[in-house]
Structures are given as structure tokens and as C-alpha cells.
Design a binder for this molecule. Structure first.
Ligand code: C2G
Length: 130
């Protein structure tokens, strides 16, 4: 079985590890689309703290991850699902409902986010202690 998930994974933290491990626990090969720096800039008007090469290397080094690729556009999910022959698309429940239109291609699963941790929160904490 093939599982696909997507994310920025900037300043990699325990919430990121939890969702990747839980995705892998569905059973099968886990492929991760890591959002490109350009995609992030277009969404958030700022570059990630860690660049796309480093973010891909960190995710690829995890025991639960089998394959990593660069996600160049949010609109290409259907193409990526087909290319990697995904049976499951897994996303955190902050994306609840947003990918239901892909459910004719694969099962779409939203897993609960890990509470009380986010990249934005980490950036704010680091800013405060500087
Ligand atoms: N996540 C989580 N718990 C947290 C923080 C993040 O479960 N406390 C999950 C998110 O729900 C997401 C994944 O970790 O499924 C990656 O999160 P982000 O790096 O914030 O990625 P995001 O910007 O949501 O992805 O196509 C989607 C894009 O790649 C953007």
C-alpha cells in the first residue's frame, strides 16, 4: 500500500514527527511531498527558516519515511497522487475537508494535529528570547 502526505516541515518538531509516524502506521510505503521555498513564499510572503534542500534531507532521514519529493504547487495533488500511486492521502486536521475532492483517487485521511506546537509558535518563542 502507498501513503502520501505533504507539508513544509520547517523547524522540524514533534508535531511533524507524530503525523509522519502515524501516517506510516497505516501500513505501507510513505512518500512525503515537501513544499518548495517558492510555494511557501507564495502562500506566506516569507521564506521558510530552513531551505527546501535541508527540509527534504531532514524528512528523508526519518526511519518512517521511504521517499521524499519537492511539492511545487498546491494544485498538483491529483498528479502527485497518481504519480506515486497513493492509496491514502494523509493530512493534519487543520486541513479537514480541504482535500475531499481527491477522494475519487485515494482515501483521504485527516489525523488530529499535535496540540500546543507549531513552527509559528517556535519562531515567536525564539524572537522573544533574543
Ligand atoms: N502538524 C501536526 N501537528 C502540529 C503541526 C503540524 O499534525 N502541531 C501536521 C500538519 O497538519 C501537516 C504536517 O504536520 O499535515 C506538516 O505541517 P506544516 O509543515 O505546517 O505543513 P503545511 O504548511 O500545513 O503544508 O500541501 C500542503 C502544504 O505542503 C502545506
Amino acid at each position: 500500500m502507498n501513503i502520501i502526505t505533504f507539508g513544509t516541515f520547517d523547524m522540524f518538531h514533534i508535531g511533524h514527527l507524530n503525523i509522519l509516524e502515524r501516517a506510516k502506521e497505516l501500513g505501507g510505503t510513505l512518500t512525503v511531498g515537501v513544499s518548495s521555498d517558492a510555494l511557501n513564499f507564495s502562500k506566506k510572503q516569507r521564506n521558510p527558516i530552513c531551505d527546501e534542500i535541508d527540509r527534504m534531507r531532514i524528512v528523508a532521514a526519518l526511519a518512517c519515511v521511504d521517499h521524499v519529493f519537492l511539492e511545487e504547487s498546491l494544485e498538483l495533488k491529483a498528479e502527485y497522487i497518481q504519480k506515486y500511486k497513493a492509496d491514502y492521502l494523509v493530512m493534519g486536521d487543520d486541513w479537514q475537508g480541504r482535500f475531499d475532492h481527491l477522494s475519487h483517487l485515494c482515501k483521504v485521511v485527516y489525523l488530529p494535529r499535535t496540540p500546543a506546537i507549531s513552527t509559528t509558535m517556535l519562531i515567536e518563542i525564539v524572537k522573544e528570547i533574543r
